[in-house]
Write a protein that binds this ligand. Structure first.
Ligand SMILES: [Zn+2]
Length: 213
């Protein structure tokens, strides 16, 4: 059997003697009563953009789904496999989360791939190319904007993509109905890995601004 990574086992030991020991009551209560997170976050798989770390959340506080480039696909009840849509359905219909946040981040590899798709797929399946195809239209528009530098194109698509995902979220009937009834709020956010800055999308203008802290 393959050796389980030592650094993970060491981390687990620290967790058990530190955080778990300190919060064991909370874990036991969550085990008994179940989870009741008030917010769902759609974040990137990127190892540098963990929502629980950025928002300093403990167990039971955030329902997180992570995928390449934090994309929400449109509502497609076609019988295919839709993991993000399944997580969304569970969060909305079973957990009844109040807020859904789509959180992008700087230097996103998935967004970079959407702007510079590789000519040769890495594998015959080319899952990333297909997945990032969700951004074909905005990526094409931004690529054509010759006035932008490559770093500006990257940041532009990272943010346009968040607005695109919020648009797709509203194609899910369960989300649209609850938002229209004032029972659910949708938000966009963008995290800058290099500075730690968090930018929040203004719902009316679509612009990203620094929140007052
Ligand atoms: Zn990313």
């Amino acid at each position: 059997m393959a050796q389980f990574p030592d650094e993970l086992l060491n981390g687990y030991r620290n967790f058990m003697s530190g955080r778990y020991a300190g919060e064991s009551e909370r874990y036991q209560r969550l085990a008994k009563e179940g989870q009741k997170p008030k917010a769902m976050i759609v974040a990137c798989c990127d190892s540098r953009s963990a929502p629980e770390t950025i928002f300093d959340c403990g167990p039971g506080e955030l329902f997180v789904v992570r995928n390449v480039a934090n994309l929400v696909p449109p509502y497609e009840p076609d019988g295919n496999y839709h993991s993000t849509s399944a997580a969304l359905e569970f969060a909305v219909q079973s957990l009844k989360v109040r807020d859904i946040i789509v959180m992008g981040h700087g230097r996103c590899g998935g967004i970079g791939a959407a702007l510079s798709p590789s000519a040769e797929p890495l594998s015959p399946g080319d899952f990333i190319g297909k997945w990032m195809g969700l951004l074909d239209k905005p990526a094409e528009q931004i690529r054509k904007a010759g006035i932008l530098t490559s770093a500006e194109r990257q940041r532009a698509l990272e943010r346009v993509s968040i607005r695109n995902s919020l648009h797709n979220l509203r194609t899910f009937p369960c989300v649209k109905i609850l938002e229209d009834a004032g029972k659910m709020r949708l938000h966009g956010a963008w995290f800058d890995i290099s500075t730690g800055e968090l930018w929040i999308m203004d719902a009316a203008s679509g612009d990203f601004v620094r929140p007052e802290l």
